[in-house]
Structures are given as structure tokens and as C-alpha cells.
Design a protein around this ligand. Structure first.
Ligand code: FES
Length: 123
């Protein structure tokens, strides 16, 4: 089994035209995913960093949305022009690109570490 240092999930979800939520595919998600793949491979990171196309990451208002693991850093409004910076500064340099980070309070979902997590969230 491959053991990657990072995974980069890029939302490429597509919705019907006119859907009020919009979608990352319409905002360029496929181009962003392709750019990550090409640029990571160009840098010799093919077996070290895994770019993955993802379905809806539930951050639609901030699309194109990406998340980098294992750090769990969420990026919003990512364009092809941002990909080099994310790779250089975050993935290789260890410093998230703050101008693109979706603040934790703006993320949807439930933080399992939060004291107020509802009872229905249990693993
Ligand atoms: S459509 Fe991309 S996060 Fe929902």
C-alpha cells in the first residue's frame, strides 16, 4: 500500500445549472485538480503527495474547495493560479497559505473535539 505524506482533495462536484448552491466544477474544480496533479508530478512528488478529485466537500459557498491532509487545512476560492503557492508554501514549506484558508468558524460540519458537539455525533 502506498504511504503518502499528504493528500490533496479537490472538489469537482457538479450540480445542475441554476442550483442555488453552485458547484466547484462550474468554478474550475477540474482545472484545479488537473493543475495539482501536473505540478506535483513535475516536482517529483508523485509517490509522496496524492492529489485526489473529490465529490462535494460541503464547503460549496467557498468553492473551489480543497483540503490538505494530514493537517486538515481547508482552502477556498482556489484557482489554478494558486496551486504553485499551495505546493511551495504549504506542502513543501509547511506553512498554509493563509489568504486562502477557510476559517474554522466558517466551515460546515461538526468538530468532534468541541465541547458542544451534539450527542448524535459519535464514532
Ligand atoms: S460543490 Fe464543492 S464543496 Fe460542495
Amino acid at each position: 500500500m502506498a504511504k503518502f505524506k499528504h493528500h490533496v482533495f479537490v472538489c469537482v462536484n457538479e450540480r445542475e445549472a441554476g442550483d442555488p448552491r453552485g458547484c466547484c466544477a462550474a468554478r474550475g474544480g477540474h482545472d484545479v485538480a488537473k493543475a495539482f496533479k501536473l505540478k506535483l508530478y513535475e516536482r517529483g512528488l508523485k509517490r509522496i503527495v496524492r492529489p485526489n478529485k473529490a465529490g462535494c466537500l460541503d464547503q460549496c459557498a467557498a468553492g473551489v474547495c480543497c483540503v490538505v491532509y494530514p493537517e486538515g487545512v481547508w482552502y477556498g476560492r482556489v484557482t489554478v493560479d494558486d496551486v504553485d503557492e499551495i505546493i511551495e508554501q504549504h506542502i513543501l514549506g509547511g506553512r498554509p497559505v493563509e489568504r486562502l484558508v477557510i476559517p474554522p468558524e466558517a466551515l460546515t460540519g461538526i468538530d468532534p473535539d468541541a465541547e458542544a458537539a451534539p450527542d448524535e455525533f459519535s464514532i
